[in-house]
Structures are given as C-alpha cells and as structure tokens.
Unconditional design. Structure first.
Lengths: 310, 102
C-alpha cells in the first residue's frame, strides 16, 4: 500500500494547478480568479473538455510577485522562439517537470480595453466561488465569463477550431434564455470593461450592442480587428513584428521569420527529431503554414486599416 | 480514548471513480501530487474524521472480505506514511465530535 507520486493525468493536473496557484497567491496576499476552464464548466458556457492549461487572472498589482514566487518554486517560463517576443503580452506561461499542464497567468485578458486593474477590480467584486479539487476557488461572474469566453473565441478561432465552436455554443446556450434585466447587466459590464469594440457585435443575440463608431480609430481596436480577422495565426504576429520594425532591420527579421536558427526552432518545437535534416523538414513545414496563412493576414491588415479610415 | 483520524485541512483533492489525487497546499515549493488507487484508495476513503485506527481497519477489511488481523499491519504502515507526508492528522478524543472533513 503506498501513495504514488507518478503518472499525473492532465485532467487531474489542471484542476490541482488551479488550487495550487490560489494557495501561492493567497500566501502572498494577492487576489486571483480562475478563468476559462473552471468558470466555463461552472456556468456551462461550453461543452466540458480537458484543458491543457490552468488559466488565472491575477490582480495586476501582485502579478509579478506571484510569478516570481512560482519561479522560486521551480516553475519556469515556457521557451519562446526567437522573433516571437511580444506575441503574448497578456500572460506568462509556466511549466514544471512532472506537471503535464501549463500555468497560464494573466495580468489582463485581451479584448478588455479598460485599464487592467479596473477590469480585475470589476470582475473581483462580482466573483463567485466554485469547487475545484475540493477547494472553494474564486471565479468571475457568469456575465464576465460570457465576455471572456467570447473574446477568447474571437481572437483565436483559426489557431484552434474548437474556439470558433465555443462562440456558437455560448450563443446557443444563452440566446433566448436571458431576461431583459440580465441582458442589460451583460451589456453594462461589456461597457464598463470596454469590450464593445472588440466583441464587435458578436454578442448582439445576448443584448450586447455593437461598438460605437468612434472607437474605430483606437489603435488597440485596429490591432484587435487585425488579430481577429487573421485568426491570430503566427503569420499575423510575424507580419505585425515585421511591419512594426524599421526598414533597415527587415532583412534580419525576415531571415529569422522564414528560416529560424535551429536552436530557436527546437525551443518552439521540442518534439523535432535529432539532426539537421529533421530540423530542415520542420522549417519547410512551418514555412508552408506561414505562406498558407499569409493572404488572410494581409487581408486582415488592409481591412482593419480601411475600416478605421487610416 | 481513541485517535480519530482525518484528512489534513490544506489539501486539494481530486476524487475520480478509480483514484484520488492529492496535493498538499502547504508545500508550495515542492508540489508533488500523490495518486491513490486500489487498497490505498480504500484506506484513504475510510478516513472520514470520525473513525479511529480500528474503525478504518474494520471498514477496509469488510470491504475486501478479509480478517482484520490480516490487514492491520499494512494499514498501520500506510497510515504512518500518510501522517509522515502530512496528509492526515489524528485527534485524541473520547466522545466529542470531529470536524469530519473528508
């Protein structure tokens, strides 16, 4: 008879990770909300599925201390491929040997344009407790979870086809089931957290109105629309990085984008077999994916610019 | 006087049909989930904050249809291990009620 430490299943790890990060945050006196998986399951906003990450929204004022504490506890940042710095500005992804899930820690959630601290405060005030791994952990309200789910689905529909289905599930779950007061509350929250422009009419069936025209020139909205129209593919981010760089740096940037160094490639794709030939095959596959997504990314740039009149 | 045994308070516990997975949330620098299956799981689930050692042995022996004397030593060893890992606590009591966390 023994208490074994091996073979941690992903479905178990993700739930335990939520409880663990809350324990770390609590010990530091930092507020945290579990988002996506536990909240989505609690409110039934999507079909249950096993998450590969534990996503938490951390009070921005204590975010760095939580990440630092986790680093001292043996968690390390998932390596990023060179040339992709700045892709993910809203979260830190941490991994640890023996844990099959990632910790995805957010100091903001993309698509809410109100200052990060204000958004967190708004979500915190209306938090609800859900039971995860036998612990009562705080999650955002149902309305906040609807908005988070919608924004998550919109920004990454091409990266994962499930995300586009989630928006459909969200609408079918709540359409016609919210009374006027509930629809009003949801719309008010979207206004308070400034996501009307980024949700951009996707939740009209739930009473969230389209964005006021005046927001079309907000650079954050333009960038969001490019992201959404491109499906948040790597090509979108490479294009953004390239177009944002001075012309003199383009040759070097292009070389990194089109044919990255082997070390950088292996950081991003750790399962590539040993040897240069295997690395070259992955480079060619990656290039093919990038070229395939390029027309969509370019169209997204042009469309967002045209819509904003810039 | 009996020693009622209960799960420690600061645990995260995943309870599945075939296993429990436990994480001690006090060990923030060494997050090592423990997976319990089979007889270990039966013993773990017999710990309800109300039973003492003899009650746990009786419960597990009955579940497996064996003599208590035949499993007592193994269960004692496992309870010792759980206590060493900080996953259970014992509380001396005569008749008072326990918090009964399970």
């Amino acid at each position: 008879v023994q208490a074994a430490t091996q073979a941690l299943a992903l479905e178990d790890a993700t739930e335990l990770a939520h409880a663990y990060v809350h324990a770390v945050a609590d010990a530091l006196g930092v507020r945290a909300l579990s988002i996506k998986g536990p909240a989505a399951d609690f409110y039934g906003v999507r079909s249950p599925r096993i998450a590969a990450d534990a996503d938490l929204l951390i009070d921005p004022s204590g975010f760095a201390s939580v990440v630092d504490r986790l680093r001292t506890a043996g968690w390390r940042e998932r390596p990023k491929m060179a040339g992709t710095e700045g892709w993910v500005e809203h979260s830190v992804t941490l991994v640890r040997d023996g844990w099959p899930c990632d910790l995805d820690l957010h100091d903001r959630f993309p698509g809410f344009l109100r200052p990060n601290a204000d958004v967190f405060e708004t979500f915190w005030i209306d938090r609800v407790e859900a039971e995860v791994a036998g612990r009562a952990i705080p999650i955002p309200s149902r309305d906040a979870t609807i908005l988070i789910t919608a924004l998550h689905s919109l920004r990454s529909w091409a990266k994962d086809p499930r995300h586009s289905e989630e928006l459909e599930q969200l609408l079918s779950r709540f359409q016609g089931r919210l009374d006027d007061a509930e629809r009003g509350r949801l719309a008010r929250l979207a206004g308070e957290t400034a996501c009307l422009s980024t949700i951009d009419g996707a939740l009209i069936p739930l009473g969230v109105p389209p964005a006021p025209d005046g927001n079309d020139t907000d650079p954050r909205v333009i960038e969001w629309r490019r992201l959404v129209a491109s499906g948040a593919t790597p090509t979108h981010f490479w294009l953004r990085g390239l177009l944002g760089a001075p012309w003199v740096k383009w040759p070097g940037e292009l070389r990194r984008i089109l044919w990255p160094a082997e070390e950088a490639l292996r950081q991003s794709y750790p399962t590539i077999a040993k040897g240069r030939a295997a690395a070259d095959r992955e480079r060619v596959r990656r290039l093919g994916r990038g070229l395939r997504d390029l027309p969509v990314a370019l169209r997204a740039y042009v469309a967002a610019r045209r819509r904003s009149g810039r | 006087v009996s020693q009622k045994i209960h799960h420690s308070a600061d645990l995260a516990i995943i309870a599945r049909d075939d296993r429990d997975v436990i994480l001690d949330l006090r060990r923030l620098d060494d997050p090592q989930p423990r997976r319990l299956e089979g007889t270990a799981l039966a013993i773990w689930r017999a710990i309800d904050g109300v039973r003492d050692r003899d009650g746990i042995v009786a419960r597990v022996a009955a579940a497996y249809g064996v003599e208590e004397a035949g499993v007592g030593a193994d269960i004692d060893a496992f309870l010792d291990e759980l206590e060493r890992l900080g996953l259970i606590d014992s509380a001396s009591s005569s008749n008072e009620s326990s918090d009964g966390r399970s």
